[in-house]
Design a protein around this ligand. Sequence first.
Ligand code: PXL
Length: 285
Amino acid sequence: MNGIKKVLAIHDISGIGRCSLTVIIPVLSAMGIQVCPIPTAVLSAHTGYGDFVMRDLTDFMPPALDHYKKLGTKFDCVYSGFLASDAQIDHCLDFFASYPDALKVVDPVMGDDGKAYATYTKELCSRMSELVAVADIITPNLTEAAILLGEEYPTAPLRNSDAKSWLVRLAEKGANIVVITSCPLVDGGMSTIGYDKRTSSFWKIKNDYVPMSYSGSGDMFASVLTGGILKGDSLPIAMNRATSFTELAVKNTYSYGTPWTDGLMFEDQLTWLTGYQELSGFTDL
Ligand code: PXL
């Protein structure tokens, strides 16, 4: 027994274009948390590059789980993200069921800006609800929230009452905590909104506007949020920590004018995660 928490992270690894494991591992390590990756696929570059090559690792998942069971390894959290096939939904369900005491985080990665990612089939998107049903925490962006609810992707900002209804309806699908990122609100610009079903509490953090959207931003947000919760943050403090760090990386990246596909330039900023931060940017939704 040592004091370092372990996260079993079920995501892809993409060689170019920071996202998924190339973001999640450094972020959680900087927060003092060990990442044990189960790669769902290896890609030359993330799907935003168009002509990437990909190796689907569906067949690797069940024997890897068997090995961990044999080893008797315990995990504090199981955290899933980008999946390469709908059979991986079944394998993720097996991972979640094998560690009933672990915090179950599902980032229902499916798309962005109203569109599904190139490799995401209709079947994979519809089966994502099965993971959402067993999760403790889910972190969809607005596109993914719309897919899960069977709603049209909103073209106008949401009223607070509609945003609350989206959060509540998503929580009815299973998770106690729902956090929606990149949600435009009538009363607050682009915001991150959260809901804890156990306490009926709603939270909002207004994001500073930057006219660029970088790959891997959702992975960065969800990994800092997960790390914060594992370290004992309340929901609004974890949302605040995750939003502030992501915003810092977005602004740093924007200042260099690099393409959105390169992802967030966060390497020089990881020490932010290790210091004391004043986090008071949250309000009730
Ligand atoms: O950040 C989400 C993500 C993760 N993994 C891969 C992706 C994307 C988004 O484009 O392509 C491979």
